[in-house]
Ligand binder design. Structure first.
Ligand code: ADP
Ligand code: TYD
Length: 201
């Protein structure tokens, strides 16, 4: 089973993944947690490039770097883990590419879709949680954090990314939107309800 978490920076994805992991392990499941970009030696190198604010990265290069990192992660970790019957939880997946590079940067959606197929090796999530918050909430929560290259893309960019996630939530049946302003505990409980439904299906 493959479950992904999406939302803008600071929406609470890593917090919820930690809690869900703890819950699932306690209930006897074998769980693998990941974050994108990253998770393999090659993908961590690519992550460092993508987030380095000293670098200028063109839009298509950015897209291809995210996909290169993803392809390595899917091949070496996601696919083998799913084949072994583990539950894979990922902090971001190709919906981030649709929201950030597609809606945010404005790259043609056909290119985004095709590249997502290539980068994911065709592996689709079973369920995707979208933690929805306003741009300013994320900024406020992360105000003491050093901003990376992506986070320096501007307010207008983030508004487009949020619009992108809202469109995905409307169009993709695997999306479950949760109000990210709710307490950590309330969100966790909703996540657990939905995951239990999926497990018992
Ligand atoms: P992300 O992984 O989406 O960037 P994090 O889980 O790292 O987000 O959360 C960003 C910050 O917001 C952290 O300081 C975290 O403790 C805090 N946080 C997470 N969820 C909530 C919530 N529901 N309400 C208030 N603060 C939260
Ligand atoms: P990260 O610090 O992991 O995200 P977060 O702040 O949510 O914890 O940084 C990853 C950044 O890369 C984040 O700004 C989203 C962006 N991103 C894309 O633009 N496209 C993608 O395909 C992925 C996976 C991430």
């Amino acid at each position: 089973m493959f479950i992904t978490f999406e939302g803008i920076d600071g929406s609470g994805k890593s917090t919820q993944i930690l809690l869900l992991r703890e819950y699932l392990v306690k209930n006897g499941h074998k769980v693998v947690t990941l974050r994108e970009p990253g998770g393999t030696e090659l993908s961590e190198y690519i992550r460092a490039v993508l987030l380095n604010k000293k670098l200028e990265v063109s839009e298509i290069s950015e897209l291809l770097l995210f996909q290169a990192a993803r392809a390595d992660l899917v091949k070496t970790i996601v696919k083998p883990s799913l084949d072994q019957g583990r539950i894979v939880l990922s902090d971001r997946y190709f919906d981030s590419t649709t929201a950030y590079q597609g809606y945010g940067r404005g790259i043609d959606m056909e290119i985004i879709k095709k590249s997502n197929q290539i980068g994911s090796l065709g592996v689709l999530p079973d369920m995707t949680f979208y933690l929805k918050i306003e741009r300013n909430v994320g900024i406020e929560r992360d105000k003491d954090k050093d901003r990376d290259r992506m986070e320096l893309s501007g307010d207008d960019f983030y508004d487009k990314v949020i619009h992108g996630y809202d469109q995905l939530a409307k169009n993709e049946s695997r999306f479950i939107t949760i109000d990210g302003n709710k307490s950590v505990k309330e969100i966790h409980s909703k996540v657990v309800d939905e995951v239990e439904k999926l497990i018992n299906k």
